[in-house]
Design a binder for this molecule. Structure first.
Ligand code: CTP
Length: 407
């Protein structure tokens, strides 16, 4: 159980903070709510008081608050400061050390981990001032729960909506979990995620429906386990977690170059990206339509995994290799054939014919296949599946290490 200060600042998402407080309590944590002046315009302190069973703190100058310098007192006892929603204003104040209310003063006074869940209009979120402030804060170790995309309260559609309460709770839980294992400390892990786009001309491309969620979940879990993580993602993939090094690529060729140039420096490569199997030479100018059919000639792309699998095991320090196989039938047999053909260590077989697993959803059901075994991972969140995949990869890594020590 942890003692969590929940900072609530003034955005329409403030009502969702009530759900977050409840979710944290359900996990057994104690919550104290700290509301900014504008947050109190959106939600009444009484709501938080009733849920947290604690007085809501909102005033630096309340009579008595300075008898024991309350913001210092709480700052030194909390296990985490979570601010949800975090407005552009609060983010700016945190980034620049301004302390004009209880929450901002407490932020400066606490040494506990700090997590921000930003929420604002999508143009505000993309503004260089906010981007820079978030960068400054992440550099100082503040963790960010990325906002979601969709319909915003201001009527816009875009990125900026407060992350869903259960995702915020899950994130906090992940950070706090007493069993947070640093089993990948000192290891370097490279993960690919999302689709690749093969350009047809300056305005058109061939792509696929991969959202990058599975790869991003693996990158986040590897970072949580203490690895230094590089995430190579294709266009349109969900945002990278703040604590990984992110490399953006577009085509299968770009991804091949990005992965091959980095692989030897890594202990584990997980190819979760849906890499195009075919590409074409993009026309320099937009192709105008004619009356007849249009024929495009596609050529095979280089298979990144197969090229990694062909690297000599030891001399180049070949990383442990994990691939994915999207199958619609005879899932295990097809996937194992790929494992053998590409000379990789593990393959995660995905039955993409199921509606609740695979593309564009937050859940997945897979089978993790090695040359000698197949382990079914039933339907669960992609975060939980990511943990199972890394458990298996870690086993291969330690077996390999043991083999090297013996020989
Ligand atoms: N992959 C790769 N380089 C490519 C294509 C795919 O590294 N040019 C990787 C993917 O990231 C994934 C695995 O290989 O880990 C998928 O293997 P693939 O043989 O492409 O399987 P499918 O796309 O499922 O295709 P198919 O069944 O059509 O062979």
């Amino acid at each position: 159980m942890a003692f969590i200060a929940l900072g609530v600042t003034g955005g329409i998402g403030a009502y969702k903070a009530v759900e977050i407080a409840r979710g944290l309590q359900k996990q057994g944590h104690e919550v104290v709510a700290i509301m900014s002046r504008s947050a109190r315009r959106f939600v009444r302190p009484l709501t938080f008081e009733a849920i947290t069973q604690r007085e809501v703190i909102s005033d630096l100058w309340k009579p008595g608050a300075n008898a024991r310098i309350e913001h210092i007192d709480i700052a030194s006892t909390i296990d985490m400061l979570l601010v949800a929603p975090a407005t552009a204003n609060t983010i700016g104040k945190f980034a620049h050390g301004m302390a004009d209310d209880f929450l901002t003063s407490m932020y400066l006074a606490t040494t506990a981990p700090v997590v921000l869940a930003p929420a604002m209009n999508s143009n505000m979120f993309a503004h260089p001032a906010v981007v820079e402030n978030l960068r400054l804060l992440t550099e100082r170790g503040v963790r960010i729960v990325e906002p979601g995309s969709g319909y915003l309260a201001c009527g816009w559609i875009g990125k900026g909506r407060l992350a869903e309460p259960e995702d915020v709770v899950l994130y906090v839980q992940g950070m706090l979990s007493a069993d947070a294992r640093h089993t990948l400390a000192g290891k370097r892990v490279l993960v690919t995620a999302g689709p690749t786009y093969e350009d047809i001309d300056p305005v058109r491309y061939i792509g696929n429906r991969s959202s990058g969620r599975m790869g991003v979940a693996i990158a986040a879990e590897a970072a949580r386990r203490g690895a230094s993580v590089t995430l190579v993602s294709g266009p349109g993939a969900v945002p990278a977690p703040a604590n990984v090094t992110s490399v953006a690529v577009r085509s299968a060729g770009d991804m091949h170059a990005a992965v091959m140039s980095r692989a030897a420096d890594h202990d584990l490569v997980v190819m979760a990206a849906a890499v195009a199997d075919y590409t074409l030479s993009a026309a320099a100018q937009k192709i105008a339509k004619g009356d007849g059919p249009l024929t495009l000639t596609l050529e095979r792309t280089r298979d990144i995994l197969a090229d990694l699998g062909a690297l000599p095991t030891r001399a180049n320090g070949r990383p442990v290799l994990v691939g994915f196989a999207a199958e619609t039938h005879d899932v295990v047999a097809h996937a194992r054939a790929k494992l053998t053909r590409k000379k990789i260590d593990l393959i995660v077989a995905n039955d993409v014919s199921r509606a609740d697993a695979g593309f564009e959803v937050d859940t997945n059901a897979v089978t993790i296949i090695s040359p000698t075994a197949a382990e079914d991972v039933p339907l669960q969140s992609k975060a939980a599946v990511a943990a199972r995949i890394l458990d298996s990869a870690e086993r291969v890594m330690s077996e390999r290490l043991a083999g090297e020590v013996r020989s």
